[in-house]
Design a binder for this molecule. Sequence first.
Ligand code: SF4
Ligand code: MG
Length: 321
Amino acid sequence: TEALLEAKNVRVHFPIRKGILQRTTGYVKAVDDISFSIQTGETFGLVGESGCGKSTTGRAILQLIKPTAGQVLFDGEDLAPLAAEQLRLKRKDMQMVFQDPYASLNPRFTIEQILEEPLKAHEERDDAEWKRRIADMMDVCGLNKSYLKRYAHEFSGGQRQRICIARALILRPRLIVADEPVSALDVSIQSQILNLMQDLQEEFRLTYLFISHDLAVVHHLCNRLGVMYLGRMAEMGAAEKLYANPLHPYTKTLLSAIPISNPRMNKERILLQGEVPSPIDPPKGCAFVTRCPKAKEICKTERPELLPVEDDHLVACHLFA
Ligand code: SF4
Ligand code: MG
């Protein structure tokens, strides 16, 4: 199989400007040298605490935020040099589903208008064909046809997220970047939406970049995983390997907090001391050094590289170098 998406050394650094002259005094290194690839039809999970740069990475992939450096290859083509109009055309292939289905739907639009918008932006008008496609998409997303003329605010969070998913899929994209798509929903609704996303993935052979702070949520969904900390990739690889044999002390911490039955894992919850350092002034060596229970002298000065420890399992930690 071939990678549908490849991120190579992606950086997103936001300048900090101060004073009347708006001089740049530093940078927030929101995403700092991230590389990963996603194969067609697979789900890649990007996990980490809020503020670790996973949402920014997702937006940089879709070029909603321009990466400061690095490449994003979609189907082998670098998106970074594309002009606005070329990028607009690419959006047909790459769509995003956001965390908050309340904020991301226009309250003045009916469901029909919401689903028509992407078609208007990308395709020749064809009323009969559009009607059919909208009806089909509502059907596969579990939305009743009688909803067509109703407004988004009339629906529950779960239904709204179904509408957002239908809108994202109406152009038949190949890649979906889903940023915490179930975090704003009741726990009882979350699994319904996750199941829907899995069904749709099979039906339309979708490739997902699934962003979440919750390792329990991505557990059933992802083929491969990347764990981010402070703008960097701490550990990455096949999901079953990361869950069965987490190596990075940060991944171990995250996994110790969730109830996944795994006899090989120490069940004791590891509690992290201290706060995540500021991405304006990250530690010189390992990003995790200020909170790591295993930190050594070298960790303060040398940044650990993301290196393979076994097939499809990489870790950035001096304990394994
Ligand atoms: Fe901890 Fe050092 Fe490994 Fe970083 S490199 S996770 S500080 S042991
Ligand atoms: Mg976020």
